[in-house]
Design a protein. Structure first.
Length: 282
């Protein structure tokens, strides 16, 4: 199957963010299908929105794992109800876990960040725009790790806030021996205080997809991100040092770095995020 030229959005404006959609024979297929068969094509680059045509035997979790995004990213991006998909169905796959927002009149980056519980700095960095950019109506902004707002629903006389994250009981172990110093904040994160140099371990088995040993890195400082087989990712930041590299396959409980206070941090602690699932230590 010949690789077609990328299809560019005719109204694409670099200043308004968003990636191109690349189509291959009706769909962009990665090298290996969810059933382990060879799709024979390369994976999308980090700024591409992909189109994937569902094949017999596919599941959302398999597709999410294949593209290294959360299941919710696919559900939200395609307005799915539940997790049912059918062969021949075309799915829009974002390049990262999060939300694809089409700009409406009156939208600002700050407003979009608040609407989807995103981080303004990360939105600016990912979309390669400035914080004061005037957005064009109809342009697309990707909100990394944004969440679709879930309404508060009533159950009898008690109000219950529904959660948009799946729960994987027992899947993640505590990544560091310490005391929780801050509850849920940021991207589904908790802070765990521990002495500088304390070992940090992988909360679950997976593949290292980011390893930044130096720099500010948006306030994360030295940090590592691991992609897991259930389609989720965990992030470990403010490390004094990391000892893994991109592409490393790590086991649950394997040491990946050490507690520190790098980046935007006050005091030695681990900032631990679970992206795409409920944080079990919130």
């Amino acid at each position: 199957m010949a690789l077609l030229q990328g299809v560019l959005n005719p109204t694409f404006n670099p200043s308004s963010g968003g990636g191109d959609i690349v189509v291959l024979g009706g769909a962009l297929l990665p090298e290996t299908g969810p059933n382990g068969d060879d799709a024979g094509k390369s994976k999308p680059t980090s700024d591409q929105i992909s189109l994937y045509i569902v094949r017999e035997g596919d599941s959302l979790s398999q597709i999410a794992q294949m593209f290294n995004v959360s299941v919710n990213t696919i559900v939200w991006g395609n307005n799915l109800r539940g997790t049912t998909i059918t062969p021949g169905q075309t799915l829009v796959i974002l390049p990262v876990s999060g939300i694809r927002h089409t700009v409406k009149s009156g939208d600002t980056l700050a407003k979009i960040a608040k609407e989807y519980k995103g981080d303004l700095d990360e939105i600016v960095q990912y979309n390669d725009i400035s914080a004061n950019t005037v957005l064009s109506v109809g342009s697309v902004i990707i909100v990394p790790d944004g969440e679709m707002v879930v309404p508060i629903v009533s159950s009898g006389s008690t109000l219950v806030k529904a959660t948009s994250y799946p729960v994987y009981n027992g899947y993640y172990i505590k990544p560091v021996n310490g005391v929780k110093s801050q509850g849920l904040h940021g991207y589904n994160a908790v802070d765990i205080a521990a002495p500088s140099g304390t070992r940090i371990v992988a909360a679950a088995s997976g593949v290292v997809i980011i390893s930044r040993a130096t720099g500010w890195n948006g306030g994360y400082g030295t940090y590592v991100v691991i992609s897991h087989n259930n389609g989720t990712q965990t992030l470990y930041s403010h490390m004094s040092a990391d000892i893994v590299s991109v592409g490393d396959v790590v086991s649950q409980g394997q040491v990946i770095g050490y507690v520190g206070s790098t980046g935007r941090s006050t005091g030695a602690h681990l900032h631990f995020e679970v992206r795409g699932a409920k944080n079990p230590y919130q």
